[in-house]
Design a protein around this ligand. Structure first.
Ligand SMILES: C[S@@+](CC[C@H](N)C(=O)[O-])C[C@H]1O[C@@H](n2cnc3c(N)ncnc32)[C@H](O)[C@@H]1O
Length: 417
């Protein structure tokens, strides 16, 4: 077994000097997304472990960081995610729209918005959950913007607007934004929807231009890039198809992605009820025991410890490891021989029991048949990530009394088929 406590963090992979602004270059800052990669890591992996024209897969594709970096570096890419909001964002981030066309379409969008400003009778018929999160005034304005967006004929431009719209929903609601759990903040200063949309659209327009210019300068406009709704446990690709996997699975006991994206999921009608889709997410707490044999002694030990302490968590973690094992088997199947999977993962902790995701990953990969090559420990930059939480899961700062420090490190695991 690899003992990760004894390895030192590698400064070459910490990107401690990279500012938050630099992580948001090109389209990377279009939409917030929990636990997204910093693009600098993905770029470094892609350059080292693949060549131009290769096909890169991210089976937990999230908001598309791997896809944007693959395209900018001349690699074809496929991204999968069960979260339709992730699919929407990743598609918007990778398309690149002709800036002149965008400017014309924007004029026409804002004309439609100002001609429809007095349209305000939607709130009472809205989904009950949306009524819980929005106040009528903002809801009705958002509905005007949303309807005007759907009137846009060009599908790429409509996608771009929908991504912008999705990103402003939290600020225009009473969602408490400094928490990793859905919480209301009744005293919140709510953003005015039309100005919030206009501001974020201006930002995205500038970033689209930066992205399009980069694609042109690097002569990679035509490099293929596909983001699809899909399940990492059952990848719809043939055996031996991809040249590199770069991915980061969700962490157990951490983010419930379906919950965190519920405003967009409900608004875009991706589901009527979040409960209906939560069970599809790896790492979710809301599923009956689906555990099968997990080929890792460390995973079994951890599950055994938890079973004595907390029945619900025991089920949660055993489902998680069982799911992870299926995902890694799929990565192995779709990779070409002699090619690499690079998995970025951190450990978590619950009630003083360490949940050693990285070591379990290494053990699972070896038992599936991968040739484990190396693991890099990297310190997360506090410039980019707030590592403190209070007891309820809200972000807090280093001065806070009851704070917990989490996720100081993550691991990049390299394994070859
Ligand atoms: C740590 S995030 C990945 C973030 C990504 N690296 C990025 O830069 O945006 C993990 C992702 O796994 C997705 N996910 C959870 N269960 C999944 C499944 N069964 N199949 C595919 N994706 C899944 C979540 O929706 C989430 O987007």
């Amino acid at each position: 077994m690899v003992n990760l406590n004894t390895i030192k963090s590698d400064k070459n992979w910490s990107f401690a000097d990279v500012s938050r602004r630099e992580t948001r270059y090109a389209t990377h800052g279009y939409h917030r997304y929990p636990a997204k990669f910093i693009p600098q890591i993905v770029k470094k992996i892609i350059i080292k472990y693949s060549k131009r024209g290769d096909l890169v897969l991210d089976s937990f594709g999230g908001c598309g960081t791997t896809l944007v970096e693959s395209k900018l570096n001349g690699r074809e890419s496929i991204g999968l995610d069960v979260n339709e909001v992730a699919v929407l964002i990743a598609k918007a981030k990778t398309i690149g729209i002709n800036p002149q066309i965008l400017e014309e379409r924007n004029k026409s969008l804002f004309e439609r918005i100002s001609n429809n400003r007095d349209f305000n009778n939607n709130f009472d018929n809205a989904n009950k959950r949306l009524q819980y999160w929005f106040k009528p005034e903002e809801f009705n304005k958002l509905m005007i913007i949303y309807n005007c967006i759907q009137g846009e004929e060009a599908s790429k431009v409509r996608l771009f607007y929908n991504c912008c719209f999705s990103n402003i929903l939290k600020n225009c609601s009473i969602w408490y934004s400094k928490s990793i759990k859905p919480m209301r903040d009744d005293s919140k200063k709510i953003a005015e929807p039309i100005s919030a949309f206009t501001r974020h659209l201006d930002y995205m327009v500038r970033k689209n231009k930066e992205y399009v210019d980069l694609l042109k300068a690097k002569k990679v406009e035509d490099v293929l890039c596909q983001m699809k709704k899909g399940d990492a446990r059952k990848i719809n690709l043939p055996d031996g198809h991809v040249d590199l996997v770069v991915t980061s699975p969700p962490y157990v006991t951490s983010y419930e992605y379906a919950e965190l994206h519920q405003l967009s999921i409900l608004w875009f009608n991706f589901a009527d009820d979040i409960k209906d889709i939560k069970k599809d997410f790896v790492g979710t707490s809301s599923r009956e025991n689906t555990r099968r044999n997990i080929n890792s002694v460390l995973a079994e030990d951890t599950i055994e410890k938890l079973s004595k302490k907390n029945g619900k968590l025991f089920r949660h973690v055993s489902n998680y490891y069982s799911d992870l094992s299926r995902c890694y088997e799929e990565m192995y199947r779709v990779l070409k021989k002699d090619k690499y999977a690079c998995i970025i993962i951190g450990d978590t902790e619950y009630g003083n029991i360490k949940i050693p995701n990285a070591e379990v990953t290494i053990e699972l990969l070896k038992n599936i048949g991968f040739d484990f090559k190396k693991v890099i420990k990297r310190k997360l930059s506090s410039k980019i990530f707030t590592p403190f939480r209070d007891k309820s899961g809200r972000f807090t700062d280093a001065k806070h009394g009851g704070k917990r420090k989490i996720y100081q490190y993550e691991y990049i695991i390299f394994a070859k088929k």
